[in-house]
Design a protein around this ligand. Sequence first.
Ligand code: FMN
Length: 214
Amino acid sequence: MNTIILNGSPKGNSINSNSRIFAEEFIRNMKNPCEIRCIANADTKELARYAAGFDAIIIILPLYIHAMPGIVMKFIENMEPAATEDKYIGFIIQAGFMETAQERFVEAYFADLAKQLNYNYLGTVSKGEAAGIYMYPKMFKKVFRLLNDLGSAYEETNAFDKNIVKELGKPYELSKSILVILSIVNKIGLSNVGWHRELKKNNTFDKRLDKPFL
Ligand SMILES: Cc1cc2nc3c(=O)[nH]c(=O)nc-3n(C[C@H](O)[C@H](O)[C@H](O)COP(=O)(O)O)c2cc1C
């Protein structure tokens, strides 16, 4: 199926964009890799018209403040309903928080959107805990392997493999025991180590408790 991949991160093609990395890993093992285009800095009207010429559109996007980036919304608003019954759309969400339960509201919207646009819905893949990928790629070899497999299975079957989607979607919700461990890590300040290092690097550590709007 002739498929276009759209990177929905506002960072576009930047080396810091995790959506870019997801897109590249998704097509890595394909025999005929899909074209990847960025929504950022594109004329969304023109891009929507161009994407409509493909059999399938897969949008890879991050979550910012629990929501899709505004540029993705703008792209969607420029899409026209399909005139035929043979168009497909799917989504791959990658985001920082661990629990993919957070993605369920956006997922419900995407499922409904596909219906409104007369597109067949390929589904939505969700991966949490993805913020550090561009910084520590070596720690995400398993995620890359799953994305490579997801892409090659998609090329063969025109569908997202259910088992891979399930694996990427873990954890849906954190277990009680993990929550207890995380609250201890939080209490003793271990979760602050990375943030504090960044604040010190930027000479803002002393201002971290400022409340300028009070
Ligand atoms: C301002 C801001 C808000 C964010 N909000 C969320 C959020 O609500 N939920 C979440 O899971 N991750 C959140 N993240 C993390 C991003 O989803 C994550 O870093 C993602 O990998 C960024 O993708 P990109 O590099 O392709 O833009 C946020 C990051 C930033 C900088």
